[in-house]
Design a protein around this ligand. Structure first.
Ligand code: COA
Length: 179
C-alpha cells in the first residue's frame, strides 16, 4: 500500500507549492498565490507526500483571536481522490484545535469537499470584514464567486453574547501602545 504522509512545509517546497496552486488556478479551480504570499506565510503551510514525494499542500492562516482560514488546499491532479485532501485538512484542523481557535472558514469552489470535513455554507456577509483583507489583491474583487464555508470547533468566549460570528466590539482587550 502506498505511503501517504504530511509534514510542515520547508523552503525547498516553495517552488512546488507555487507551481501546484498556480497551475490549478490557471484552470480556474482555485485562486492563485504570489511568491511573496507563500514565502511570508510558509509557516502556515503543510505539505502532503506520497512515498516521500510532494503531492499537495494546504495552509492554516490565523485572522483573529478566535478565527482562522483554511487556504490553498491543493492536491496534484494525478493524486486526486486518494485521501490526500482529507489528510491535509485533518492536519490543519488539528493545528487549529491545538492553537485554541474557535472557528475555521474557507472560501472555495468545491463545497462538497468541505462538507465532508463538517463545514457548512454561510453567507459572505456573515464573516467579519477582516477576513476579506486579501480580497483587495484578488482579480475577482468585484465578482467573487467563491463559496464561504464555516466549521465551529468550540464555543468562543469572545462572541458569546454577540452571535456566533461577531468579533469583539472594541479593542479594549488589547493593551494600549505607550507613546
Ligand atoms: C479539492 C481537493 C483538495 C480534494 O483533494 P482529494 O485528495 O482529491 O480529496 P480526498 O480524496 O481526500 O477526498 C476527501 C473526501 O472529499 C470528497 N471530495 C473530493 N473532491 C471533491 C469534490 N471536488 N467535490 C465533492 N467532494 C469531493 C471525496 O469523495 C472524499 O469523500 P469520502 O471521504 O466520503 O470518500 C482536490 O480536488 C484539489 O486539489 N482541487 C483543486 C483545488 C481546490 O479546489 N482546492 C479547494 C480549496 S481552495
Amino acid at each position: 500500500m502506498e505511503q501517504l504522509s504530511t509534514r510542515r512545509a520547508r523552503v525547498d517546497d516553495i517552488h512546488k507549492i507555487l507551481e501546484l496552486v498556480n497551475g490549478l488556478a490557471a484552470d480556474q479551480l482555485m485562486l492563485p498565490r504570489s511568491p511573496g504570499s507563500v514565502i511570508e506565510n510558509l509557516r502556515d503551510f503543510v505539505v502532503a507526500e506520497i512515498e516521500g514525494e510532494f503531492a499537495g499542500c494546504g495552509a492554516l492562516h490565523l485572522v483573529w483571536t478566535d478565527l482562522a482560514e483554511i487556504r490553498s488546499i491543493a492536491v496534484d491532479p494525478k493524486a486526486h481522490k486518494r485521501g490526500l485532501g482529507r489528510l491535509l485538512a485533518d492536519e490543519l484542523i488539528r493545528d487549529a484545535e491545538q492553537l485554541g481557535v474557535a472557528r475555521l472558514f474557507a472560501f472555495t469552489y468545491v463545497p462538497g469537499f468541505f462538507e465532508k470535513l463538517e463545514f457548512n455554507v454561510v453567507e459572505h456577509s456573515s464573516l467579519p470584514h477582516k477576513v476579506f483583507s486579501d480580497c483587495l489583491n484578488c482579480p475577482k474583487f468585484h465578482a467573487c464567486d467563491e463559496i464561504a464555508m464555516l466549521r465551529v470547533l468550540k464555543e468562543s468566549e469572545e462572541s458569546h453574547d454577540r452571535g456566533p460570528l461577531s468579533l469583539p466590539s472594541s479593542l479594549a482587550m488589547f493593551p494600549r501602545i505607550q507613546q
